[in-house]
Design a binder for this molecule. Structure first.
Ligand SMILES: [Mg+2]
Length: 250
């Protein structure tokens, strides 16, 4: 690994994880916020409409590589229940903030993440590239866990408009880190966006399987990929100790 000059990291289930109750608490905070804004709906039909709309927007987003946003499926669910609202309504923005506020209480660092970054800082240029619809939530989490100062570039799909594995986001990471793609490692837990995305863009992937190996829930997005051919020949690490020894191999 001696020609490696820079390392890019995924965020969710690579550096941080969310505890199992995160999504139900987030949903509770979302519905409470909407009720406080004066929307009237039954909880169960709303959840069903919300789920269906979310799946539709996220599936489309994965297919075309363009990032989507929670405001679209929240407003669509409300409209399907007879409420009048647009995705740009301030009450929807407030509900999005309420939803993601749960992540600040339910997320935690993967063990030894700060120690690992401290060891790498100064030896490599470090960057973060996250698929996340709502960029302000990522910024808040990076601040909360003291992660932001380690990274020379922080890229979030919700801000860029495109998501991994789209080549455009990896190109931005490579440009911002200032080295050739083959000099950059990219570490992530998801095969399709992280391992395949990095490989297609000429970066060297490392598959981080802490969450998978410890059978933790993969939140916010459950892993949909199989281990199959994608991971063949890709270095796989289950913790940061293994990652640091991988870096020392020449
Ligand atoms: Mg991830």
């Amino acid at each position: 690994m001696n020609q490696i000059k820079a390392i890019g990291f995924d965020l969710f289930n690579t550096l941080i994880t969310a505890d199992p109750g995160a999504l139900s608490e987030a949903m509770q905070r979302l519905t409470t916020s909407l009720e406080e804004s004066g929307f009237q709906f039954e909880a169960e039909p709303f959840r069903k409409a919300y789920r269906e709309a979310a799946i539709r927007f996220v599936t489309e987003s994965k297919a075309n590589g363009r990032e989507t946003h929670n405001r679209f499926w929240i407003s669509e669910a409300l409209i399907s229940l007879g409420q009048k609202v647009t995705p740009g309504d301030p009450s929807i923005a407030k509900a999005v903030e309420a939803y993601f506020s749960a992540f600040f209480d339910y997320c935690r660092l993967i063990p030894k993440t700060l120690e690992m970054l401290e060891q790498l800082q100064g030896r490599y240029r470090l960057g973060l590239l996250s698929n996340f619809t709502h960029a302000p939530a990522v910024e808040g989490l990076l601040d909360q866990f003291g992660l932001a100062p380690f990274f020379e570039t922080i890229l979030v799909s919700g801000e860029i408009g495109y998501r991994k594995p789209h080549p455009l986001v990896f190109e931005m990471l490579v440009n911002n880190l200032g080295f050739e793609s083959y000099q950059i490692l990219y570490v992530g837990d998801s095969l399709d966006p992280d391992v395949l995305g990095a490989t297609q863009s000429g970066l060297r992937p490392v598959w981080m399987t802490y969450v998978r190996d410890n059978r933790l829930p993969s939140i916010p997005v459950p892993p949909s990929e199989s281990d199959g051919i994608l991971s063949q020949g890709v270095p796989r690490v289950s913790d940061w100790e293994a990652f640091l020894s991988l870096l020392q191999q020449s």
